[in-house]
Write a protein that binds this ligand. Structure first.
Ligand code: HT9
Ligand code: FE2
Length: 375
């Protein structure tokens, strides 16, 4: 086995995230950034703006990322890993281009990138790679030499991502009245995306039938459901459902929606449910509004007891997993063999996204893949 202490060739880690508003005045410009050129109906934008205003115009995502940065720096320091950690976003300050410019000024030339999305999909993977290409292009236009960026592989099946969620489900079950626990359904939930985007997710060989996006989510859901069964001795029914649909109504997106599903469960006599947001790395607005506010209100109206299990957030096991992901990729780049550590049936996902992985509707340059114009 290779030496899992050496970060070379990397000289920095970049946490790459979505970004979110930090106050009421930020909400509209943030939504304009998110939706630039994306054809989201005005009505949907007004509605989503209201979700943010309900929470004072503040998305939880930025504080979640600050906590993750602290956890990463602490984990790296505790393990003698001398690798600076930076943070940049797609849609709000600190903007990716500004962070990359700072990194170049600090002399960083070879950067490992961790995106706060664990799964394959256009929105969760290629779009971040397009953002990286845009930022590198902006630096080049400023006369700076673009650094090399490598995106770390999808970590949906990493034990450091999955085990905290298993603990979260056990805690949520324990919080239900004892007589409801054994029969409680596990309702795994993720971001709905257009079915066409799901079908085209992952490398070409995985396209069709929901693609890598659904395969990966089903694998994680099954691992968690089995671990919870072993731990509690109860074989609970589980389902994978969707939330946070947007887009035009005539375009098919993944279904059923969590609220429709809760209604259906209640009608079928389910005693209780635990909502498990496996699609989200931390408590995003989608979790706070779509699950904790909307779906929870729906369940209350139905008289169906529900709990929402915790997202991974800044769990120290996740920070340790990120350290391992960086060091494994570093070893791979040095040409040394590594044995990736994964749960479930799918194996480790690719280090380098091939051409046509999660294709965009309108092709654009994307960095950190086989088609990286800057590598
Ligand atoms: C798969 C996926 C993830 C998970 C992977 C990842 O984490 O990246 C994700 C994350 C997020 N999405 C977020 C926010 C929004 N997403 C939108 C729109 C969209 N998301 C989509 C997909 C995803 N989105 C899609 C297919 C659209 C339609 C338009 C388009 O094709 O682009 C819109 C516009 C309004 C609306 O339509 O809802 C907003 C405001 C926030 C920040 C939340 C916070 O503030 O805490 C986060 C973390
Ligand atoms: Fe989104």
């Amino acid at each position: 086995m290779s030496d899992l202490h050496d970060p070379a060739p990397y000289d920095a880690l970049l946490l790459l995230s979505f970004g979110g508003p930090e106050g009421p005045d930020d909400v509209v410009p943030f939504l304009e950034n998110v939706t630039r050129g994306r054809g989201i109906p005005k009505e949907r934008l007004k509605e989503v703006g209201q979700h943010y205003f309900l929470f004072g115009g503040v998305s939880p995502i930025n504080d979640q990322n600050r906590a993750l940065l602290d956890a990463l720096r602490k984990d790296f320091a505790d393990h003698g890993l001398d690798l600076p950690v930076y943070w940049g976003n797609r849609n709000w300050a600190p903007y990716l281009t500004d962070t990359l410019r700072d990194m170049v000024h600090d002399g960083r030339r070879r950067i490992a990138v961790l995106a706060t999305s664990a799964y394959a999909s256009y929105s969760g993977c290629r779009q971040y790679r397009e953002n990286l290409a845009d930022a590198l292009g902006a630096l080049k236009a400023e006369g700076l030499a673009p650094p090399r960026v490598d995106k770390l592989r999808h970590y949906f099946n990493d034990p450091g991502f999955v085990r905290p969620m298993i603990d979260g489900v056990l805690a949520a079950l324990a919080d239900l009245p004892a007589e409801l626990r054994a029969g409680a359904h596990l309702v795994f939930t993720t971001h709905s995306i257009p079915t066409a985007a799901a079908d085209a997710s992952g490398p070409v060989a995985e396209h069709g039938d929901g693609g890598a996006y659904l395969r990966e989510h089903r694998d994680v859901a099954r691992v968690i459901a089995e671990a919870v069964r072993e731990e509690t001795g109860a074989d609970r029914p589980w389902e994978l459902v969707y939330q946070s649909r947007s887009g035009a109504p005539h375009i098919p997106w993944l279904e059923p929606d969590i609220c429709d599903h809760l209604e259906q469960l209640h009608g079928a006599g389910a005693p209780a449910a635990v909502m498990v947001p496996i699609g989200f790395v931390s408590d995003h607005m989608e979790v706070l509004y779509d699950l904790d506010t909307e779906a929870t209100a729906k369940a209350a109206e139905l008289g169906l007891p529900v709990r929402r299990s915790a997202t991974v957030g800044a769990d120290p096991r996740f920070a340790a997993a990120v350290r391992r992901l960086v060091l494994e990729r570093a070893a791979t780049e040095r040409g040394e063999p590594v044995r990736p550590c994964v749960l479930g049936a799918l194996g480790a996902s690719q280090d380098v996204c091939p051409v046509d992985c999660c294709p965009a509707r309108v092709p654009r340059p994307a960095a950190a893949g086989a088609d990286d114009p800057y590598a």
